[in-house]
Ligand binder design. Structure first.
Ligand code: APR
Length: 316
């Protein structure tokens, strides 16, 4: 009898932090049937409750994913992807950078545990301040840099795309945009690569209106924080994260902006910064170096140097 090829079961996704972003990540991932899901949180009962609740939705929505919640990292063993959302969210008036010290401690602790049990995983970091937290996760895990990257540009680009679609009254699907740089006030929207149905944006929106949309994108996180009063955005951040997870698990090779480790691209070295990358089974498979205007390049380098300053202040 012919030997059967070994069957790899479902993928396994660990999501650390079962708060707003983590739980909503689980929701999108389950609906896309990306694999079995383990939710981890420091608060007892919360990941268990949310995991069970989501699993109870599966007969209705028709997805086959085992979903569990736990405090034990043993349950996360052999995950293919680990998403880190643990941390404290921004409060009104608090900058992302204020979170630095508090979230460094948390990300350090959870990464140490997770990578012990899943030495071959790809790590996707969401906790803020993003670019610095990706650095922490990479250092603590010791994983190759292409297997540790961060979610920022997909969200920032999605916000910009949403504002453009709203302004023009067109389908969001037809709006393409790319926002690079650090996930903070110094993000760099690339207007020359922003198109609507293939038409460069400058032919459709005047300069002043475009500048207002860029400004709204820059402050996109703060706008939601101010509206919610408690907590920060979670639907779009989690959808952005799961787009990255899907591209890894399904080896889709999406071309998306993510916080990746730079080794000289764009004249930037030894820092995580948002650049266009190809995301596949190998994590960051390629960093695309595209022509930028002088001012865009300057802004990207400034953004990277802001991240570098943060990293230098880290105690890890
Ligand atoms: N281990 C596991 N979970 C932790 C730990 C820890 N050491 N410390 C905190 N958490 C959990 C909290 O208990 C909480 O459930 O992380 C979760 C964070 O969830 P929320 O407070 O709802 O925050 P959320 O909006 O999901 O944002 C998470 O992403 O965008 C960033 O700035 C945001 O850093 C924040 C993170």
């Amino acid at each position: 009898m012919a030997k059967k090829a070994a069957v790899k079961g479902r993928n396994k996704i660990t999501i650390i932090g079962a708060g707003n972003i983590g739980a909503t990540c689980a929701h999108w991932a389950a609906q896309k049937e990306l694999g079995d899901i383990v939710l981890v949180d420091i608060v007892e009962g919360v990941p268990q409750g949310k995991g069970l609740d989501l699993f109870e939705a599966s007969p209705i929505e028709g997805f086959d994913s085992n979903i569990i919640g736990t405090q034990s990292y043993k349950d996360t063993a052999n995950s293919d992807v680990v998403v880190i959302t643990a941390g404290l969210p921004r409060k009104p008036g608090m900058s992302r950078d204020d979170l630095l010290n508090m979230n460094t401690k948390i990300v350090k602790a959870v990464t140490g545990q997770a990578c012990k049990y899943s030495p071959n995983a790809t790590i996707i970091v969401v906790s803020n301040p993003l670019d610095a937290m990706v650095y922490v996760a990479q250092k603590v895990s010791g994983f190759p840099q292409h297997r540790v990257f961060g979610q920022a540009g997909v969200l920032d680009s999605a916000r910009f795309r949403a504002f453009i679609a709203m302004e023009l009254g067109v389908s969001v699907e037809d709006v393409q945009a790319m926002v690079l740089g650090g996930h903070g006030d110094s993000m760099v929207p690339l207007l020359s690569y922003t198109t609507v149905g293939g038409i460069p944006i400058k032919h459709l929106v005047d300069k002043e209106r475009l500048a207002q949309m860029v400004d709204r994108t820059r402050k996109g996180g703060g706008e939601i924080v101010a509206l919610l009063k408690t907590g920060s955005a979670f639907y779009a951040p989690s959808a952005a994260t799961i787009q990255m997870v899907e591209s890894v698990l399904r080896d889709k090779k999406r071309v998306i902006p993510c916080a990746a480790w730079l080794t000289g691209q764009y004249g930037i070295k030894d820092v995580y910064c948002g650049v266009p990358i190809i995301v596949g089974a190998g994590g960051v498979e390629r960093i695309l170096e595209i022509p930028l205007s002088q001012s865009e390049l300057k802004a990207l380098r400034k953004s990277a140097s802001d991240v570098r300053a943060l990293i230098q202040a880290l105690k890890i």
